[in-house]
Design a protein around this ligand. Structure first.
Ligand code: ZN
Length: 297
């Protein structure tokens, strides 16, 4: 018997849900539910300077209003800092992590690919970032994405040793996401395609820690009228209360699920029932293109 499916939605509390984040939440929800699995919610609140007070509660209310009910308690990453710290220590003691003192100017000159400058300097953690060592040869990562197909990346030349704890002591997204997906037993990760190119870094870290690799599906991005990714950074409009059925119907259309017109005026329960029964990744996998959202979003 195969292990049960556990999917998840993991927003950062930087603002309310917008149409783009609803698409990802809905897709991961339907995928988990159709497999008869659980769907969990995790709030990625480990970057306080970027967070907006009240956003976590608002996001949870919006999910609830859209009928996207999660199983088990919401996991807040801010409650997991001891585990992150322990993992950094463990990797450090195995010689897989070292501290880096390079300043912003030097890193900018490297244009995104770290050159290993501090590898053998034996620095301590004071004011320094912690980097995961990418061993040459061991880091040609490839995987099969359920929507995007075969994807590969050589971490050495593409990224280099990368930061898992920042100089301000905050833990990196890459570290926290890998530890929490393992902690929550996530078997299926469905999220936005903007995270596709960070997946090899996460797979490499899973391998370093002896974790099982989840199954990935990266959903194309929802774009605004200017062709930019719909995001809190470019001021995407939050979803309006009272429009839940319409939002779900349009999200299903965007996800190429072709909901029948008569569903448009139904309750969220009826909509989600239809959508769970008919959910298919096939249309997205055949045509995985970023697409504009309806005008009023
Ligand atoms: Zn350095």
């Amino acid at each position: 018997m195969s292990a049960p499916t556990i999917g998840r939605f993991a927003p950062s509390p930087t603002g309310p849900l917008h149409f783009g984040s609803l698409i990802t939440a809905l897709a991961s929800f339907l995928d988990a539910r159709q497999r008869g699995g659980q769907w969990l919610v995790r709030i990625e609140d480990i970057d306080p300077p970027r967070e907006v007070p009240g956003a976590s509660d608002l996001i949870l209310k919006q999910l609830d209003d859209h009928g996207l009910c999660w199983d088990a308690n919401v996991l807040y990453q801010s409650s997991r800092l001891d585990s992150y710290r322990d993992s950094v220590e463990q990797l450090l003691s195995r010689g897989l992590v070292y501290y880096c003192q390079c300043n912003r100017q030097r890193l900018n000159e490297l244009a995104g690919v770290y050159d290993g400058h501090c590898r053998d300097l034996q620095l301590d953690n004071r004011g320094h970032s912690a980097r995961l060592r990418i061993d040459a040869g061991a880091a040609n990562i490839s995987f099969s994405d359920q929507i995007m197909g075969h994807y590969k990346q050589s971490l050495g030349p593409c990224v280099g040793d990368y930061v898992i704890q920042r100089r301000d002591q905050l833990f990196s997204y890459q570290l926290a996401v890998v530890l929490d997906d393992e902690y929550q037993g996530i078997s299926h990760i469905m999220r936005g395609a903007d995270l596709l190119d960070s997946t090899p870094r996460q797979i490499y870290l899973q391998q370093c820690l002896g974790y099982q690799q989840p199954i990935y599906a990266h959903v194309p991005l929802a774009l605004n009228a200017e062709g930019q990714k719909l995001s809190k950074q470019n001021l995407a409009t939050g979803l309006q209360q009272g429009m839940e059925s319409q939002n779900l119907f349009q999200a299903l259309q965007w996800l190429q699920q072709e909901p029948p017109k008569e569903l448009a005026r139904q309750s969220v329960e009826v909509l989600l029932g239809w959508a769970t029964e008919h959910w298919s990744l096939e249309p997205l996998a055949k045509n995985p293109v970023n697409a504009a959202v309806p005008d009023h979003y």
